[in-house]
Design a protein around this ligand. Structure first.
Ligand code: F6P
Length: 302
């Protein structure tokens, strides 16, 4: 079947490099005389029929920024079968031959529902959380560097006073961001679950608190313990000043790293190549150094 019209959307938490992936798909479509449509606001845009034809102007000045030029969304409606039917009808009405979905685990779960209802699609893993079964997801490298840079700045100042820090890190259920950042900022003081071993953490901080070690940096996975409460507790138990930090969306925004741009660009282009070859229904992401296809069912870590 000759592919004429492809649509693309970004869903879930935006991730730096998503725009490169959209551009990769756009460039490949241009080469092959295919019209590429953007769907705005993630799956909600499919339901609300928000299709726009992509052109170079849309990328101008925005391609190398974080976020998503198509905007994103976490659609509650898309969990219901009546809205999925509307989404499929809109794809048909817009004569879309195939769909590219860039997102994390929730987005891939949504994709399976479309696929099971006959929609031809390819998923590209894009999330700062790295919570899919690929070596990297688009955005993970940038977020790691964002967090490392933020902690470096924090510690420049706190180390002048030998203060410690408790720092909340994104990742949802996945500790990949936290573990990778931990190595890069040289700490092994980590809180990854609600019922973590406080006496052990206190013991390790006290052992390091001899004036010969670096100030303690405690990395806390989001949705576990409150960084402010933890700082107060540690301050009382360790007789060291602790300052709590919530880095927030500094982690997710910002210009994508060279790695995420390159990864996004190749993945976007590979998705279109695959569609042209009439191969769809799976996800394409990095395994080691290469882009590989995986059944969507095999992409989930949680
Ligand atoms: O999935 C990316 C992520 O930033 C997670 O790390 C975090 O749990 C979540 O999104 C935050 O979601 P929201 O942007 O809806 O607040």
């Amino acid at each position: 079947m000759k592919i004429k019209r492809v649509a693309i959307l970004t869903s879930g938490g935006d991730a730096p490099g998503m725009n490169s992936a959209i551009f990769g798909a756009f460039s490949e479509c241009q080469k092959n005389n295919i019209q590429l449509y953007g769907v705005l606001n993630g799956y909600d845009g499919l339901i609300d029929n928000k299709f726009i034809e992509l052109d170079y102007q849309l990328f101008n000045g925005r391609i190398n920024r974080g976020g998503s030029i198509l905007k994103s969304g976490r659609s509650k409606r898309f969990l219901k079968s009546n809205y999925i039917k509307i989404a499929i009808d809109n794809l048909k009405e817009n004569k879309i031959d195939a769909l590219i979905i860039i997102g994390g685990d929730g987005s891939l779960k949504g994709a399976m529902k479309l696929r099971d209802n006959g929609v031809k699609l390819i998923c590209l893993p894009g999330t700062i959380d790295n919570d899919l079964n690929f070596s990297y997801t688009i955005g993970f490298d940038t977020a790691t560097n964002n967090i490392v840079n933020a902690i470096d700045n924090i510690m420049d100042s706190l180390s002048a006073f030998n203060y410690g820090a408790t720092i909340k890190i994104m990742g949802n259920k996945c500790t990949d961001l936290l573990d990778t950042v931990a190595k890069a900022v040289h700490t092994d003081l980590l809180v990854k679950e609600k019922d973590f071993d406080l006496p052990n953490l206190v013991k390790r901080i006290k052992l390091q608190n001899d004036g010969n070690h670096l100030p303690p940096v405690i990395l806390v996975l989001e949705n576990t313990v409150d960084t402010e409460d933890l700082a107060t507790t540690l301050q009382n138990k360790c007789k060291t000043q602790f300052r709590p930090h919530i880095l927030g969306y500094i982690q997710r925004g910002g210009a994508p790293s060279a790695f995420d741009r390159r990864y996004g660009l190749s993945a976007g282009s590979c998705a279109v190549e695959s569609i042209i070859n009439n191969e769809y229904g799976f996800a394409i992401g990095m395994v080691g150094e290469n882009l590989e296809k995986k059944e969507i069912e095999n992409c989930f870590k949680f």
